[in-house]
Ligand binder design. Sequence first.
Ligand SMILES: NC(=O)c1ccc[n+]([C@@H]2O[C@H](COP(=O)([O-])OP(=O)(O)OC[C@H]3O[C@@H](n4cnc5c(N)ncnc54)[C@H](OP(=O)(O)O)[C@@H]3O)[C@@H](O)[C@H]2O)c1
Length: 247
Amino acid sequence: MRLKGKVAVVTGGSRGIGRAIALALAEEGADVAVNYQRNEAMAREVAQAIERTGRASDIYQADVSDPEQVQRMRDAVLKRFERVEILVNNAGINRDKSFAKMDDDTWRSVISVNLNGVFYCTKVFLDGMAARGYGRIINISSIVGQMGNFGQANYAAAKAGLLGFTKSLARELAGKGITVNAIAPGFIATDMVSGVPDDVKQKILAQIPLRRFGEPEEVAKAVVFLGSEDASYITGQVLNVNGGMYV
Ligand SMILES: NC(=O)c1ccc[n+]([C@@H]2O[C@H](COP(=O)([O-])OP(=O)(O)OC[C@H]3O[C@@H](n4cnc5c(N)ncnc54)[C@H](OP(=O)(O)O)[C@@H]3O)[C@@H](O)[C@H]2O)c1
């Protein structure tokens, strides 16, 4: 129960890594606001699973790339939970295309959700954290932001941008009792990876020393750690959860 009494917001909590994060935070005692964009039924299932553990949870529809929707989400979350101590910026999309074929819309949509979305969500929850002198912000970046990847110039730019954002904010907010860290997952078995063709999957696996894709729960454990008092002296860091693929 390392997070007993804390309130967390997880963006993109309806599926995949975000779902595992929401459940893991609740297992450690946090109440969890679950954000989603489209999959209401899946978000509701996550909130219900959390409630069964005895913690409070609710679902909040918002496109994180839309500042007005994010503002409305914040108002609704604060109305229900009054405060937020832990913000996990997890919502993300990929729209892969070789650079030659990458049009303006493909570029912008990925930057909007994966990078601008983190800016908007952090903006709206920061004031309360600063006022109370406590906060944990955890940004889900990617190994692709560190290594680059064929067909992912948009995604890699957004995820690398998150690392610079994390480090800058860590310096700005340390004096207010707020830590800001990033997690860089490698290839994790979720919907985002399930569409990758089998031959490409085999090539990726050959590059992973642990010889398997990660599980969402393995990323969630790192989030719990960074969100807890165990990580009280850690800020501005990037925690790699990648099976050794990038060292
Ligand atoms: N899977 C990997 O291998 C991997 C590796 C490194 C980093 N990551 C990062 O980890 C995060 C989670 O990835 P995942 O694999 O769990 O993805 P996923 O299974 O595709 O789930 C994406 C989640 O983000 C939500 N979402 C998408 N666009 C949104 C928007 N505009 N506003 C609010 N929510 C939005 C989705 O909500 P709906 O269900 O409502 O659509 C869903 O909950 C992403 O940031 C991703 O880039 C993933």
